[in-house]
Design a protein around this ligand. Structure first.
Ligand code: HEM
Ligand SMILES: Nc1nc2c(c(=O)[nH]1)N[C@H]1C(S)=C(S)[C@@H](COP(=O)(O)O)O[C@H]1N2
Ligand SMILES: [Mo]
Length: 346
């Protein structure tokens, strides 16, 4: 393949990987597992292209007399791509290292650094791509071969993990490993960014049900027990690489909405934390959710969102808003939530 085609293919694959990786944070249902598979296959296909690329630039990297300013960024991009692919493979095989940052956290950090390094490298070494560089039947064939090799590597990795009983063989399709399922509050306390509120004063605390409703109202902690209490099995799956299966118990959001009577045109329901952190789901889905007070038979503690935290089955952990103080019915989608989840702790 023409050198230029390899370079642009690497750029395209890295961008697809960063986008599919970040998009995977929104996938919590098994129907979406193909996205993780695609991410793995294309990520491993990058290794094939890298063999060509490194063969070509090896001489230049090896001889300091050939270096220029752009070489530093180029070398950084090479280190970052190897670190990203390796950390991905190591996490999916060994689920290592644990703690914070764990292998998946490192993978995401390397991936974001890689995106910056590749864009910088491209700006410094830009050369245009022309039709004549990639015309021809063989380019299409080689592409098919590269993706197929990525697929074989991915399959091989999965088989070896299974046969050797590596810890990663038991991971969920999201890449997460299981922690403390059905053992009360034995699962980790996790924040998406910087939220860290004081424990809420249960005497002062109120849940406000508001927005586009005919009958806004509020509940105190004592009122909670008079609402419709429901239980639900659901998996809390954090994008930080762990999950826990629990039987959650708490207040039915469907019941709250029945009491509040959404106005015509109501489309979504936003769950707002005392910190300003918030997330919204479509109205019909909201009616099936619950605001939990308990995991198993244990009352939630402050870290896990007491007195009320959202349980949103099939959605990733960052959407399970903790310390909820407001249920707000919306007539428009809430784009501001994408900012609120990042700046709420400041
Ligand atoms: C920066 C954003 C990224 C995020 C959020 C992300 C996320 C993930 C996740 C969740 C997994 C685990 C999937 C599973 O268990 O099957 C994974 C694995 C992997 N990722 Fe990424 N990733 C990112 C960037 C990248 C990039 C840029 C590359 C390639 C250069 C890459 C290559 C891989 C590979 C090779 C695996 C292992 C697949 C396997 O061996 O089964 N990732 N990534
Ligand atoms: N208000 C608020 N709710 C939040 C978060 C946060 O930072 N602030 N973190 C989310 C993330 S990333 C996860 S994985 C779960 C973790 O819940 P846990 O601490 O009970 O395990 O809460 C979610 N709810
Ligand atoms: Mo999370």
């Amino acid at each position: 393949m023409h050198a230029r085609v390899i370079d642009y293919s690497l750029l395209a694959l890295v961008l697809i990987e960063v986008i599919s990786g970040l998009a995977s944070f929104l996938v919590g249902k098994p129907e979406g597992s193909w996205l993780f598979m695609l991410h793995g296959v294309l990520g491993l296909a990058i290794l094939v292209l890298l063999v060509w690329k490194v063969r070509r630039v090896f001489v230049r990297l090896w001889r300091p007399q050939h270096w220029d300013r752009a070489t530093v960024v180029a070398a950084l991009a090479l280190v970052a791509v190897l670190a990203t692919v390796l950390s991905g493979v190591i996490w999916t095989a060994f689920q290592w290292p644990l703690g914070y940052p764990n292998g998946l956290n490192w993978h995401v950090i390397f991936g974001l650094l890689l995106a910056c390094a590749v864009l910088g490298h491209m700006a410094l070494r830009f050369k245009p791509l022309h039709r004549r560089h990639f015309l021809g039947r063989r380019t299409a064939l080689r592409y098919a071969g590269i993706i197929a090799t990525g697929g074989l590597l991915w399959q091989g990795h999965a088989q070896i993990s299974r046969v050797a009983r590596l810890p990663g063989a038991n991971r969920r399709f999201t890449g997460s490993r299981e922690i403390g399922s059905r053992q009360g509050l034995a699962f980790p306390v996790t924040m998406w960014m910087l939220d860290n509120p004081q424990p809420l004063d249960v005497k002062e605390w109120r849940l406000h049900v508001a927005g586009a409703v005919a009958h806004p109202f509020e509940l105190s902690v004592a009122d909670l027990a008079r609402g419709r209490i429901v239980t639900q099995d659901a998996i809390l799956d954090c994008t930080g690489g762990w999950y826990t299966a629990q039987t959650w118990r708490g207040l039915s959001v469907g019941w709250l909405l029945q009491q509040a009577r959404p106005l015509p045109g109501a489309r979504a329901v936003s769950f707002v934390s005392v910190t300003g952190y918030r997330w919204s789901v479509p109205l019909t889905e909201a009616a099936s959710l619950l605001l939990a007070t308990h995991a198993g038979d244990e009352p939630l503690d402050h870290g896990h969102g007491a007195p009320l935290r959202l349980v949103a089955p099939g959605r990733r952990g960052f959407q399970w808003v903790k310390w909820v103080t407001e249920v707000r019915v919306l007539q428009q989608p809430d784009l501001g939530q994408w900012i609120a989840i990042f700046n709420s702790g400041l």
